[in-house]
Design a protein around this ligand. Structure first.
Ligand SMILES: Nc1ncnc2c1ncn2[C@@H]1O[C@H](COP(=O)(O)OP(=O)(O)O)[C@@H](O)[C@H]1O
Ligand SMILES: [Mg+2]
Length: 408
């Protein structure tokens, strides 16, 4: 039997808490054909409305007090533990056989260092001078206590302390699970924010990865504002009723140019792409009353797909054979169709599908990655890729909250 770990992810979309229980069997890491990741249980727990509301107000820069931060940290820790215990119950796995939980936590603020390397040769190594930090809430003490399982959290700040972006972290897992010596692949995760990982077929070109901009975040924000109670635009049905407004599309680009024009490494979040930002962009265009709500949605979908493909086109040093999509966005048929069209226009031979076809459930990808990071950390192995985050060193990530012996 392999080693059992739990991974927990709740992303910027705030749609839910994804929990996976994984058995890893690393018999032969070099054999691409051996299935090393066995998903024993996959469970999604809905995010309580009050927590969602408080996270949203905190991460959009509203004034908040330390006691509110502490209380949200506590409540999130409890709800993560509930989700984990429910997944364990469903799986009938003995909790004592689970080595550790890797819990990403809920990001409420992400501020990567402003001075990072601009080429692969200049690296900011001075940990004292970089001004980056990131905050993920969800008290791991509570999780360890309420589950009786060693819990690992705060995965991003160690990379930032070495001058990295602290994000994206998943490329090292993509490399482990989906790289191929036969073709160059891109793994595209469309969560609230979108990020890509380039997995070259050879070892000469390094693995790279970065945030491309919005994923579902703007589409979700707009429908939530305009259609009270609808959490997201199922299959892009509403967007499909609208027409792309070129003026708005241009403004969306203009208002995010500082991020979009930046060269990797780069990462972003709700600090930039939020509903207030979107309302400002709409306000900025002439005759904005004439733009119907469904036209805004159609334009947001176009903006989302184009900013992803813009970055893929920017990759000049290798030919992309396949794009594998994961995250909630790949359930949106209109997004998938538009992405395929844009990618085919660029390179007719490029294949597009979801990661499901390659053995990793597209909805579980990030949670599985955090189970894998927990395993790496417990084994004192590094998990960040410096070619991705821009950190000066590969480092062990996270803080370990050990279970108590009496909880055995
Ligand atoms: N059937 C669907 N149609 C359109 N969008 C969907 C569908 N299913 C999921 N989504 C989108 O996926 C989002 C969740 O994606 P997820 O990968 O969990 O993001 P995050 O990592 O930010 O939590 C939802 O908020 C929604 O926008
Ligand atoms: Mg989610």
């Amino acid at each position: 039997m392999g080693e059992i770990y739990i991974g927990v992810m709740s992303g910027t979309s705030l749609d839910g808490i994804d929990v996976v229980i994984i058995e890893f069997s690393d018999k032969d890491e070099n054999d691409e054909n051996i299935k090393r990741i066995n998903v024993k249980q996959s469970y999604s727990h809905s995010m309580p409305i009050d927590i969602k509301k408080d996270v949203l107000s905190m991460c959009q820069g509203q004034k908040t007090t330390l006691s509110e931060v502490g209380d949200l940290n506590r409540r999130l820790g409890i709800v993560y533990a509930e989700a984990i215990n429910e997944a364990i119950k469903l799986s009938s796995i003995d909790p004592n056989s689970i080595l550790a939980i890797g819990c990403h936590g809920q990001t409420v603020w992400h501020q990567p260092p402003t001075k990072t390397k601009t080429t692969t040769t200049t690296i900011i190594t001075d940990s004292q001078k970089n001004d980056g930090f990131t905050i993920q809430l969800g008290d791991c003490n509570r999780i360890a206590t309420l589950t009786g399982i060693t819990t690992i959290g705060d995965f991003r700040n160690r990379d930032i302390s070495y001058g990295g972006q602290g994000a994206p972290l998943t490329p090292s897992f993509h490399k482990y699970s989906l790289s191929s010596s036969k073709e160059t692949r891109i793994i595209l995760n469309i969560g609230g924010i979108s990020n890509i990982t380039l997995l070259p077929s050879n070892n000469i070109i390094p693995v790279t990865g970065f945030d491309t901009g919005p994923g579902n975040i703007l589409l979700d924000s707009w429908i939530q504002l305009k259609m009270n109670g609808k959490p997201y635009d199922k299959d892009g049905e509403w967007a499909n009723q609208g027409k792309i407004n070129e003026l708005l599309l241009k403004s969306l680009y203009d208002y995010s140019s500082s991020f979009l024009n930046k060269l990797p490494p780069k990462s972003t979040g709700r600090e930039l792409f939020n509903i207030q930002w979107l309302l400002n962009v709409i306000e900025s265009i002439k005759d904005n009353e004439k733009v119907r709500d469904e036209d805004v949605q159609a334009t947001l979908l176009e903006f989302t797909c184009r900013t992803i493909v813009d970055e893929i086109i920017r990759i000049k040093n290798c030919k992309i054979d396949r794009v594998l999509v994961c995250g909630g966005g790949c359930k949106n048929k209109l997004i998938m169709n538009r992405l395929s069209t844009l990618l085919k226009d660029y390179d007719d031979s490029c294949k597009v599908s979801t990661t499901d076809e390659f053995g990793i459930n597209s909805q579980d990808m990030e949670a599985i990655a955090f189970a894998w990071f927990a395993k790496r950390t417990l084994n004192h192995q590094t998990s960040n890729l410096i070619s991705v985050t821009g950190a000066s060193k590969e480092t062990i990530l996270g803080a370990i909250y050990l279970k108590n012996n009496f909880e055995n």
